[in-house]
Design a protein around this ligand. Structure first.
Ligand code: IMP
Length: 433
């Protein structure tokens, strides 16, 4: 009855989608448990690029059931657009394969409008949210006025709750933010249509996952975003409003910890961040430009959801040790090693310095990293193209040393290494060493 959990170990965009796609080959259920369409997962299969925001990346594997757990916030319009898009590409996204938890919260135009208005209002202090309504929807959940997927099953309740949310948002939009109010009638109508289409997808996801685990099935929990964006344990306030962590997977699906087999920390070979907030190893100039790419390839460092250029820098082992602890990683999957080709020297942050003092671990969590400067260790680079390499022994020796240094600094094994976006561009050390 194994549960494997895949978690981003940085600020999101670690390349989780392609690792999920790989591991989903052995999974019966692939389950997303947090966040909403602020996420963007890209999976490339045979020259076809799938960009997913809500539906678990496991949907590309034809045999899996994909579920969206109670910890998610779902914009029904985006979900249906994604269903239509995948259907056009020949992927089965029927209610037999895709399930939405009755307890997932729904994002309405009120939430997206408020997210945008609040961000604009913050001026200098803005968080750089994706403006997808994530924060306001989780806020309504916490204050217990949120709209849940199950409300789509009861027309009167749907109207009542939607009206309350829209009335409240309109007051804020008009009187606090000086913006146009939302048209209630058209939103009501749209939600009727969503309800008609989404009803068959709404299920008791927790029970389904639980039953599958108890009958010796394999469940793969797919985290969106990354641990450093966790509401409690991330770089607060520059975080998202959910829990993209291994404990968050249990909470967001409604299952206990006894089923866990592997907790895989997906780690990009360097560090990126989109939006505002601390980033001690951020690089500038040529190094940052090399890591980011030009934007001409889908794998270059530009946001899947917002298109924003990502901030890029060196791998930060202090933060990685911290996120390994929060999640209890059993191993690391290192992505995008091929991007480091022709960068010499490479740097890894091994500790932080404040005045004369060096810290191997964060004295107080990652919220305020401003007093620290990173201690960077230079490592030799390599010139070889890695994209055709499939076995550990074929990697150039500086690349192996780089990975071994990551292992020493974290005390974890790096079992999977990706060297390109294609499904087969992976080195699985359990097979190739
Ligand atoms: P929100 O989740 O839209 O509220 O945005 C809060 C912060 O999380 C912002 O800095 C976003 O850029 C960041 N964020 C949210 N989702 C993702 C993601 O999937 N990848 C990377 N950053 C994200």
């Amino acid at each position: 009855m194994p549960l494997d959990i895949v978690i981003g170990s940085q600020w999101g965009d670690e390349g989780k989608g392609r690792i999920i796609d790989l591991l989903a080959g052995d999974a019966d259920i692939v389950a997303r448990f947090n966040g909403g369409d602020n996420a963007g997962h890209s999976v490339t299969v045979a020259d076809q690029l799938f960009k997913l925001h809500l539906i678990p990346s496991g949907i590309i594997q034809p045999h899996t059931i994909c579920v969206m757990g109670a910890g998610m916030v779902v914009n029904p319009q985006i979900l249906l657009e994604e269903v239509d898009h995948l259907t056009k590409l020949g992927i089965d996204v029927s209610p037999q394969r895709l399930k939405l938890s009755y307890a997932a919260h729904l994002i309405t135009p009120a939430h997206t409008a408020l997210d945008g208005a609040e961000e604009s209002e913050k001026g200098q202090g803005l968080l750089g949210t994706t403006r997808r309504g994530i924060g306001p929807t989780y806020a309504d959940k916490a204050t217990r006025i949120g709209l849940r997927a199950e409300d789509l099953l009861n027309e009167d309740l749907l109207h009542q709750k939607l009206d309350r949310i829209l009335d409240h948002a309109n007051k804020l939009l008009e009187h606090v933010y000086n913006r146009e109010s939302l048209d209630k009638e058209s939103i009501r109508h749209a939600f009727h249509t969503y309800a008609d289409r989404l009803r068959p997808y709404i299920t008791n996801v927790g029970a389904l996952v639980h039953d599958k685990l108890n009958s010796h099935g394999t469940v793969l929990a797919e985290g969106a975003q990354g641990t450093l964006l966790d509401l409690d344990h991330g770089t607060y306030p520059f975080v998202t409003s959910s829990h993209p962590t291994a404990p968050g997977a249990l909470l967001g699906l409604g299952i206990g910890p006894q089923h866990i087999r592997r907790i895989i920390g997906i780690t990009k070979s360097f560090q990126t961040r989109v939006g505002e907030g601390p980033f001690p190893t951020e690089a500038s100039g040529d190094a940052a430009a090399r890591l980011r790419g030009t934007g001409e390839h889908p794998w270059d460092e530009f946001g899947t959801t917002t298109g924003r250029p990502r901030r890029c820098g060196w791998l930060d082992a202090v933060l990685l040790r911290y996120t390994a602890r929060i999640n209890g990683f059993t191993e690391i999957a290192l992505t995008k090693l091929d991007i480091l080709t022709n960068i010499d020297p490479l740097n890894i942050c091994v500790s932080y310095q404040r005045g004369e003092q060096q810290f191997k671990d964060l004295p107080q969590g990652p919220a305020d990293l401003s007093p620290f400067s990173p201690v960077l260790e230079p490592l030799p680079g390599w010139e070889n193209d890695l994209t055709q390499i499939r076995s550990w022994n074929d990697l150039p020796s500086p690349a192996r040393s780089y990975i071994e240094r990551v292992e020493t600094l974290t005390g974890l094994s790096v079992r999977l290494i990706s060297v390109g976006p294609e499904r087969d561009q992976i080195i699985d050390r359990s097979l190739s060493e």
